[in-house]
Design a binder for this molecule. Structure first.
Ligand code: NAP
Length: 477
């Protein structure tokens, strides 16, 4: 998503000498990798679209994953991204020397570039659970982001480990196909009810004939998302947060027939403390006669299934690991060496960080889209990437004006990080739950301010925060 946007935005800014490196054989990132049944985006489709490529044909408010992947492929095709992309080229090393980046890939390709933009995503490397006996399972076992479509599901006994967004979508989609579904829940989740009414042909035709309608829809959704969700999560005591909590609590009450099940599904922490889940079918699915919610801890995996702490063996044919992602990777495992040979892995030894979630001191002319500590769970990552690109291109203007390099000063990065950590204290993410937002210190690795503030900051770089080398440009030169 961010790589495609980079090509287009850079070209708009007059920068056409751009090469995209893609380790896979297709564009699409998350939407190429995640093909599990039920996959959709819980950001409304007219908001989860590039601002410069509205799509009148979205089928639903929250359109399914394959449609989103087709959208990205279509934009990439129309905008000439494929022609600029070297597929099957995993970037293995980046080294800053003599004012340029030398980039090397796994195929032996090497070349030098003035600037590198890392559009490598956030939730990419699967988190495989460390469950004893996992490799002894006799059936098929795979991670949700590595769905094995050759495995038959119809009428079979399927186990799903996890209750995050992926597991919830998988459960809703699988329950009617499989013989029996066991959902292994370590922690219950609050579920926000959503209305996913399809757009009808008349609405799509209206969007086609009047693009202004689409812009209005996008702007309206953007405003609503910012005010009702993004502002709520950063202020745990806000009225907006109270409304979300109320909606989730009322939604849980719809599990009425089986009070024991309802209580098993009830979290003991606040809504949106973990990444809030949106679903219109999960509670219905988990109440089906062929579904079981297993809340006993998993003791081990055996050839025949999952053994829980109460001694019960849950016999299974298929085991789905919807266990999330390693969220601290970003552009790793690429070996990145910056100024004076410093390794990004060493700088990020404790945890990843970046000035404004975008750039790292000591790593000139390197920009991370949706990098560490950005608005990862608050907003549409497409908007975030577009805003970051607009900001980055202004920094690149310094290079085209004669500077050799630009990077944040350590002081600016440190000041940003301190302010960020301080601001996380009022967020809902620290109200008492375990989640992937929290770093090893229990501090949310996320943007703790409003989206409006993010927009403001991204309007124009404050050059006093940057070291601009090789030219008399800006206050930091
Ligand atoms: P996730 O939210 O990290 O959830 C992982 C689940 O696996 C959790 O329920 C976790 O339990 C459980 N788990 C992990 N290790 C386990 C173990 N060893 N034993 C038992 N349970 C274990 O992962 P995800 O569902 O793939 O979602 C990741 C993120 O991707 C989401 O938060 C969201 O940002 C994004 N996403 C978005 C959409 C969308 O519609 N836009 C869809 C899917 C994913 P605990 O809760 O106890 O840790």
């Amino acid at each position: 998503m961010a790589g495609i946007a980079s090509v287009i935005k850079l070209r708009e800014a007059g920068i056409d000498d751009v090469t995209v490196f893609e380790k896979a054989d297709e564009v699409g990132g998350t939407w190429r990798e995640n093909t599990y049944p039920g996959i959709a985006c819980d950001v409304p489709s007219h908001l989860y679209s590039y601002s410069f490529a509205p799509n009148p044909d979205w089928s639903h408010t929250f359109s399914p994953g394959p449609e989103i992947q087709e959208y990205f492929r279509g934009v990439a095709r129309r905008e000439g991204v494929y022609e600029r992309t070297r597929f099957g080229e995993e970037v293995t090393a980046l080294e800053w020397a003599d004012g340029r980046w030398t980039l090397a890939t796994g195929t032996g390709f090497r070349d030098t570039y003035d600037v590198v933009i890392a559009a490598t995503g956030v939730l990419h490397h699967p988190n495989l659970p460390d469950l004893p006996g996992l490799d002894t399972f006799a059936g098929a076992a795979f991670h949700s982001a590595r769905w094995d479509h050759t495995v038959a599901l119809e009428g079979r006994r399927v186990g799903v480990i996890g209750t995050g967004s992926s597991a919830v979508q998988i459960t809703g989609a699988l329950v009617d196909r499989v013989g029996h579904l066991d959902l292994f829940q370590r922690t219950p989740q609050w579920i926000m009810p959503v209305d996913n009414t399809p757009y009808d042909e008349a609405q799509r035709e209206a969007f086609r004939t009047d693009p202004a309608l689409m812009r209005q829809a996008r702007d309206g959704l953007s405003r609503a998302f910012a005010d009702h969700f993004a502002n709520a999560v950063i202020d745990a005591d806000s009225p907006a947060m109270a409304l979300i909590e109320e909606a989730c609590r009322a939604h849980l009450e719809t599990v009425a027939a089986d009070p024991v099940l309802r209580e098993k599904l009830r979290p003991d922490y606040r809504a949106a403390c973990k990444r809030l889940i949106a679903s219109d079918n999960f509670y219905d699915a988990i109440q089906r006669p062929n579904a079981s919610l297993v809340t006993e801890a998993i003791e081990r995996i055996e050839p025949a299934g999952v053994r829980t702490a109460d001694g019960e063996l849950h016999e299974l044919d298929v085991l789905v690991l919807a266990t999330g992602f390693r969220v601290d990777r970003f552009l790793r495992p690429t070996e990145v060496r910056g100024r004076d040979g410093i390794r990004l892995d060493d700088v990020w030894k404790d945890r990843p960080s970046a000035h404004l979630a975008l750039a790292v001191p000591g790593f000139p002319n390197l920009f991370l889209l949706n990098g560490p500590n950005g608005p990862v769970g608050n907003f549409s990552l497409i908007d975030v990437a577009e805003l970051q690109l607009g900001y980055t291109i202004q920094l690149l203007d310094l290079l085209w004006a004669g500077a050799e390099s630009v990077e944040p000063t350590p002081e600016a990065a440190e000041a940003f990080e301190q302010a960020r950590v301080e601001a996380t204290k009022g967020t809902v993410w620290v109200t008492g739950c375990r989640s992937w937002y929290l770093d090893d210190r229990g501090i949310p690795a996320a943007w703790p301010w409003s989206i409006d503030h993010f927009r403001e900051v991204m309007q124009a770089p404050d050059l006093s925060q940057y070291r601009v080398a090789g030219a008399e440009v800006g206050a930091g030169a």
